[in-house]
Write a protein that binds this ligand. Structure first.
Ligand SMILES: Cc1cc2nc3c(=O)[nH]c(=O)nc-3n(C[C@H](O)[C@H](O)[C@H](O)COP(=O)(O)O)c2cc1C
Length: 393
C-alpha cells in the first residue's frame, strides 16, 4: 500500500518536505522591537516535533512601520537574524523545513494586539507603551471608519518597501530558511494594492487590474531575484475579498498566472481581510465551514497548473487526505488546529494508518508510545481516552 497522499514528500525546487502538512504562519504578537524570543522557539519547535513537513514563522515585517502590532517579528535589521537562525536550526533538526512569511502591514499597521482589541491603537495601548505610528497605503482610504488614514505611498516609498522585501529575503536566507512566502493577503500592503476596495490610485499602480497587480508583482520579481534559485517561493493571496465589488477568484487566477511567470512555486489560497479582520471575522458572506477555502485552491490549481496550498478549517487527517487525493491542492496548511493539537500531523498519520509503529514520532516519545500501545492492545484497550468505557481507569 502506498502511503497516504498527506504523507508523501513533495519536490519543490531543491527542497523536499517530508509530508504535505504545513503549519500556517501565525502571529504571536509577542516579539519586542521585531526580535523573536524563547516563546517563538518553543511555539514553533512544538510543531516540528509534532511531525509537520513545513513550519512557517509568522508574518515577519520587512520594515518597522510595516508591523501590524508592536509585538510583530521583523527582519529589517541584521540584528534580527540570530534569533530566527536559532529557530530555523531547531526546526530543521526536528525534520521540518523552516519557512518564513515576509510581510508589510500597510494601512493595517499600528494595530492593538488581539487581546487588547484587535483594532487601531488607542490611548490605553499608548499607556501600556504601545503608541501608534504613521501608516502607508496605496491611497489615503482607511481600513474602515475610526482607522488611521494612511499616507499614499510615493514612488520613493515604493522603492524603499521593494528594497526592504528583497533585503529581508536575503536575511531569511542567511538565517537558514528554505522557503519564504510573500504575504499578499488579509488586507495588508500587497493585498491593498490588488483590491479595488483599497486601491484608489490614479497612477500606473491603480485603476485597471494590470495596474493594481504591478507593485505586488514588482515585489515578487525583486524577492525572487534575491532568493536562491534552488529555494521555493510561496505567495499567500486573499482569493476573494468577500465583500461586494471586491477582488474575485477570477482576479486571483489572473494574478496566479503572473506569479507563475515571476517564479512563484506555490499559491497559498486564503481569503478576506480587506476591510477588517481576516481569520477573526465572524460576520462573513463566505460561510466558515470546514475546508471553506478549498474551492479556491482547487480552482487556481486547475486553471493555472500552479501548485496550491489549501488552508482554513481543515480539521482532520481524513479531510486533508481527501482534498489531496481529489487534486484540490498540493499542500495542506493548518493554523488554529495546530494550536489546539501541536501533534496534529502525527495524529493524522495514526488516523490514516500511516504510522502504526510511532516511527514518525521523535524517538524520545515514540519508543515509549509503541510499548504503551502494545500493553494497551494486550488488554484490549483502545488508545483514545474518549473511547475508554467510563470508570475503566
Ligand atoms: C493566532 C493567529 C495568527 C495568525 N497570523 C497570521 C500570519 O502571520 N500570517 C498569515 O498569513 N495568516 C495568519 N493567520 C491566519 C492563518 O495562517 C490561517 O490562514 C487561518 O488561521 C485559517 O486556518 P485555520 O482554520 O487552520 O486556523 C493567523 C491565524 C491565527 C489563528
Amino acid at each position: 500500500m502506498p502511503p497516504p497522499a498527506l504523507f508523501q514528500p513533495l519536490e519543490l525546487r531543491g527542497v523536499r518536505p517530508r509530508n504535505r502538512v504545513v503549519v500556517s504562519p501565525m502571529c504571536q504578537y509577542s516579539a519586542a522591537e521585531g526580535m523573536v524570543n524563547d516563546w517563538h522557539l518553543v511555539h514553533l519547535g512544538k510543531f516540528a516535533q509534532g511531525g509537520a513537513g513545513v513550519v512557517f514563522v509568522e508574518a515577519t515585517a520587512v520594515e518597522a512601520r510595516g508591523r501590524i502590532t508592536h509585538g510583530d517579528v521583523g527582519l529589517w535589521s541584521d540584528a534580527q537574524i540570530p534569533g530566527l537562525a536559532r529557530i530555523a536550526d531547531f526546526l530543521r533538526a526536528q525534520g521540518a523545513v523552516p519557512a518564513l512569511q515576509l510581510a508589510h502591514a500597510g494601512r493595517k499597521a499600528s494595530m492593538a494586539r488581539p487581546w487588547y482589541g484587535n483594532g487601531p491603537l488607542t490611548s490605553d495601548d499608548a499607556a501600556r507603551g504601545d503608541a501608534c505610528w504613521a501608516t502607508v497605503g496605496p491611497s489615503s482610504a482607511p481600513v474602515a471608519e475610526g482607522w488611521q488614514a494612511p499616507a499614499p505611498a510615493t514612488d520613493a516609498d515604493l522603492k524603499i518597501i521593494l528594497d526592504a522585501f528583497a533585503a529581508a529575503a536575503r536575511r531569511a536566507e542567511r538565517a537558514g530558511f528554505d522557503i519564504i512566502e510573500l504575504h499578499a493577503a488579509h488586507g495588508y500592503l500587497l493585498h491593498s494594492f490588488l483590491s479595488p476596495i483599497s486601491n484608489g490610485r490614479a497612477d500606473r499602480y491603480g485603476g485597471s487590474l494590470e495596474n493594481r497587480m504591478r507593485f505586488p508583482l514588482e515585489v515578487v520579481h525583486a524577492v525572487r531575484a534575491a532568493w536562491p534559485a534552488e529555494k521555493p517561493l510561496f505567495t499567500r493571496c486573499s482569493s476573494v475579498d468577500d465583500v461586494e465589488g471586491g477582488w474575485s477568484i477570477e482576479d486571483t487566477v489572473r494574478l496566479a498566472r503572473e506569479l507563475a511567470k515571476a517564479g512563484v512555486d506555490v499559491v497559498d489560497c486564503s481569503s478576506g481581510g480587506i476591510s477588517g479582520s481576516a481569520t477573526a471575522a465572524t460576520k462573513t458572506l463566505l460561510r466558515r465551514v470546514p475546508g471553506f477555502q478549498l474551492p479556491f485552491a482547487e480552482r487556481v490549481r486547475r486553471e493555472t497548473g500552479l501548485k496550491t496550498m489549501a488552508v482554513g478549517l481543515i480539521l482532520t487527517g481524513r479531510q486533508a487526505e481527501e482534498a489531496l487525493q481529489a487534486g484540490r491542492a498540493d499542500l495542506i496548511a493548518v493554523g488554529r488546529e495546530a494550536l489546539f493539537d501541536p501533534n496534529w500531523p502525527l495524529h493524522a498519520a495514526l488516523e490514516l494508518g500511516a504510522d502504526p509503529e510511532f516511527a514518525a514520532w521523535p524517538r524520545q516519545y515514540g519508543w515509549w508510545l509503541t510499548r504503551r500501545e502494545q500493553s494497551l492492545h494486550r488488554e484490549g484497550i483502545t488508545r483514545r481516552a474518549a473511547d475508554y468505557p467510563a470508570g475503566s481507569a
